[in-house]
Design a protein around this ligand. Structure first.
Ligand SMILES: [Zn+2]
Ligand SMILES: [Zn+2]
Length: 344
């Protein structure tokens, strides 16, 4: 039940009903209906949708000069190609052998996340490519301030390393914004709704969440005159960013002080509310520098914390009442509806 949901009978303005004029009555009812609808719609997320639509349009115009289909295929190969899918498959097998939480391979949470993975590969990646291209047209205007000068004495791999660190910093910043600002959180909450965390949960994300992560394109542009960041580096980064969702107890030991482990990211997904700790994607440094790093305990027998959103403000498949496709549809449309009463 929404906090501001009002029954039709309650929301009809009494002044209109008593006017007696049919035209005025109709207009009054129309106004009341629109007022009811606006109370059910969360307008800030529509603004993000409009930005995505505008960037997609700009991206479409830009890419039509080079070939839209080729650009989307390249994006798909990089983000959901054989290397990424093979990696997800191997980790899924490992999850079944050494799970943090034992559950069937065909658990409802896993099945819905597979639906999200298909959705990501088929529709979300084309959107990412289009909005990314649209965003690049604006970044190009800032090029004189963003691009580092040519430095031939420094090997190009150093610039690739700087780009990767920069991408990670931008991802961290975008993630922080997703947690701090409610209109972004509404989209990000879909990712946090998963109660059966696994490597597949990486793909449980609202397509419009990617608007906030566009800033991670800036470091690639910054090193452009010194090095081109290879696609395979971005693919490996995508795999390292997916692994912390795995349903395993791995802390990575000492390496886990620098790289984000599944145990570390599980703390971020704890079902205790909207946590703005452990926000990193691959490296822990940004959390550590901002005092937001909470490292997992070392003991192997430690109880595994539950994940998801307390009070289920977003309908979840574990409730078991709806078909998976219906649950997914509700989850994708939920950010556009009024804020619920439960804590977010
Ligand atoms: Zn988060
Ligand atoms: Zn996550």
């Amino acid at each position: 039940m929404y906090a501001d949901e009002t029954s039709p009978a309650m929301s009809a303005p009494s002044g209109v009903a008593s006017s007696g004029e049919p035209g005025a009555k109709r207009a009054g009812l129309r106004t009341a209906r629109m007022a009811r609808m606006s109370r059910r719609i969360y307008l800030p997320t529509l603004v993000i949708t409009a930005i995505a639509a505008w960037l997609s349009w700009r991206g479409w115009i830009l890419l039509s000069q080079y070939g839209i289909a080729q650009s989307i295929s390249a994006g798909r190969y990089e983000l959901a190609g054989p290397l990424v899918l093979g990696f997800v498959f191997v980790v899924t097998v490992i999850e079944q052998i050494w799970p943090a939480q034992r559950r069937p391979l065909l658990a409802r949470g896993h099945l819905l996340d597979v639906c999200y993975l298909l959705f990501y590969a088929l529709l979300v990646i084309p959107l990412i490519v289009l909005i990314g291209a649209g965003f690049s047209t604006y970044l190009a205007k800032l090029e004189p301030w963003l691009v580092l000068p040519r430095m031939p004495s420094i090997p190009s791999w150093c610039f690739v390393a700087v780009a990767v660190l920069g991408i990670d910093a931008m991802d961290w910043l975008a993630h922080l914004i997703n947690h701090k600002i409610t209109m972004f959180w509404r989209f990000h909450a879909v990712h946090h709704s998963q109660e059966e965390l696994s490597i597949l949960t990486t793909y449980r994300a609202h397509p419009l969440v990617h608007v906030s992560f566009l800033v991670s394109a800036i470091p690639i542009l910054a090193v452009e005159s010194n090095a081109t960041t290879p696609a395979v580096v971005l693919t490996v980064y995508a795999c390292l960013g997916a692994l912390p969702h795995a349903n395993v107890r791995w802390t990575y030991g000492m390496v886990g002080r620098l790289f984000i482990s599944p145990a570390y990211h599980r703390i971020h997904h704890r079902a205790t509310g909207r946590l703005d700790i452990n926000l990193g994607t691959v490296f822990t440094i940004w959390d550590a520098l901002s005092r937001r790093a909470v490292f997992p305990a070392k003991s192997a027998g430690q109880a595994v914390s539950a994940t998801g959103l307390a009070g289920r403000p977003i309908p979840v498949e574990q409730a078991g009442r709806l078909r998976l496709w219906r649950t997914m549809l509700i989850q994708l449309t939920e950010p556009f509806t009024s804020i619920r009463t439960e804590s977010r």
